[in-house]
Design a protein around this ligand. Structure first.
Ligand code: CXF
Ligand code: ZN
Length: 365
């Protein structure tokens, strides 16, 4: 099968033919039809995350179950699935419905191997290639998926390229608004960064009834898209003065809520500084290793809250169908931010995302 492989000394992805083993008793073999490209995959490819090489990344897969291991219950060949992150399912946080905060999150999702250290992929020379990235490794035509990563979706007419990004980017933005911040009708929100996560936050805030949805970004086309998806006010962040602009737009008060999706520490500080007293900021971007989040200490005294949020702050098996139901009603028009590419064109997709011309690239297998 065709796969995009991250190898040492390659900035981007190598397109190769790989072979895959039969599923072990606890695995599900999924034939991927589409997979989204997320910033986290690019961080892996650049070697900035602790995932060992060579590895098949990809963690926004969707497809069809091809075969199930002998111990698998609940999935059958032919089931349509969305793949998200993996979790243990037995720790306190998994049991309380917060699997993204499972203590096994990093080994299970970034370790790129089975619990016993083995992998199920081999390259043309017969050498092992790391897999099980986020329980899926969906930058390959097939994946040996962990059960915890899979969500069965009804065989609706929703196209594959719309389903794919539900596993990470979309629920990260939407879940932060609904679950971490609990945005309420009539409230005000500022979204810093209008990529796929930020624009999903915009759509979720519109659904939640926010009265002002202020968006800033450094790319004008993304601001136009934000207006189309529910933003009430947008401004170009290249001019600086982002905090002042948010305050001007809210008659000096600041916003009830803010979402940061850029990973830039200075922007994180702005997201906090733009809050009204009692306001809450959700930090979603991946900051450089060792970076600090600086904020005014007196400002925190005024009842402000800063929270982080990973992949939606709720089990994907709950959140993904919620977003899908809204999409069906036309209230979550995901198509507007998606561009599709053949898997073989993954490196072109990376260039287009980096230049800001494309928001969410989805690769078709
Ligand atoms: C990541 C963000 C960093 C923590 C793990 C989950 N989201 C996926 O891209
Ligand atoms: Zn992601």
């Amino acid at each position: 099968m065709r796969a995009a492989v991250c190898r040492p000394d390659h900035d981007l992805f190598c397109l190769e033919e790989l072979s895959i083993d039969d599923p072990r008793p606890d695995e599900v073999l999924v034939r991927f039809t589409a997979t989204g490209l997320c910033h986290t995959d690019l961080e892996v490819a650049a070697g900035r995350l602790p995932t060992p090489f060579p590895v098949v990344a990809g963690h926004e897969g969707t497809g069809v179950v091809e075969a199930v291991g002998s111990a698998v219950d609940g999935f059958r060949p032919g089931d349509r699935v969305v793949a998200s992150f993996s979790f243990c399912g037995t720790c306190q946080n998994c049991l309380r419905g917060q699997p993204a905060y499972c203590p096994q999150h990093f080994p299970l999702n970034f370790g790129a191997q089975r619990a016993d250290g083995s992998v199920g992929l081999h390259d043309a020379a017969g050498e092992p290639v790391r897999d099980h990235f986020f329980g899926q490794s969906s930058f390959a035509g097939y994946g040996l998926c962990r059960l915890s990563s899979l969500i069965r979706v009804p065989a609706t007419t929703v196209p594959d390229h719309v389903l794919a990004p539900l596993g990470c980017g979309v629920i990260t933005g939407a879940g932060a608004v609904w679950n971490a911040l609990r945005v309420y009708p009539g409230s005000t929100i500022a979204v810093f960064g209008a990529g796929a996560v930020g624009l999903s936050a915009v759509m979720a805030a519109a659904v939640a009834g926010a009265s002002r949805i202020i968006v800033c970004d450094i790319h004008r086309p993304r601001l136009d898209l934000a207006l189309q998806l529910g933003a009430t006010d947008v401004f170009d962040a290249n001019g600086g003065a982002c905090v002042e602009t948010v305050r001007e737009l809210t008659s000096g008060a600041g916003v009830d809520f803010s979402v940061e999706s850029t990973g830039v520490p200075e922007v994180m500080s702005q997201a906090v500084a733009a809050l009204a007293p009692l306001g809450s900021a959700a930090i979603l971007g991946i900051a450089p290793d060792g970076a600090d989040l600086r904020t005014n200490a007196f400002g925190i005294l005024e009842g402000r809250t800063v929270t982080g949020s990973i992949v939606g702050h709720q089990a994907p098996a709950v959140l993904v169908p919620r977003v899908l139901a809204l999409h069906e009603k036309g209230l979550f028009p995901l198509e507007a931010m998606i561009s599709t590419y053949a898997l073989d064109d993954i490196n072109k997709a990376v260039d287009d995302v980096r230049s800001g011309t494309v928001v969410k690239a989805v690769l078709l297998h």
